[in-house]
Design a protein around this ligand. Structure first.
Ligand SMILES: [Zn+2]
Length: 93
């Protein structure tokens, strides 16, 4: 599901927001638009990982990133606030 096969589906219709979550290892996970130049810059730091996903909105990003906490009873909307949405992502939300 998260493979990047670069096939023809890349262009045209959009089934949601294509974003990249950057786990900095300290501080809140950063949410960028996929392909944002800041991702590569941030990834140079040791211990940083990232994950691309399709999300319909901010709430969907939270539901994905914090799936474990939500399973334990935390509120998905509260957890949206724990994500650091960057301007590149906000422009698409
Ligand atoms: Zn960005």
């Amino acid at each position: 599901m998260r493979t990047q096969d670069g096939s023809t589906q890349e262009t045209g219709r959009r089934e949601g927001l294509r974003i990249t979550v950057v786990y900095t290892g300290m501080g809140d996970p950063e949410v960028h638009a996929a392909g944002c130049a800041d991702i590569a810059r941030t990834m140079k730091t040791r211990g940083v990982s990232s994950e691309e996903l399709d999300a319909a909105d901010a709430r969907a990003v939270s539901a994905h990133v914090y799936a474990d906490q939500i399973d334990e009873g935390e509120d998905v909307d509260d957890l949206v606030a724990a994500l650091s949405f960057k301007p590149c992502a906000l422009a698409q939300l």
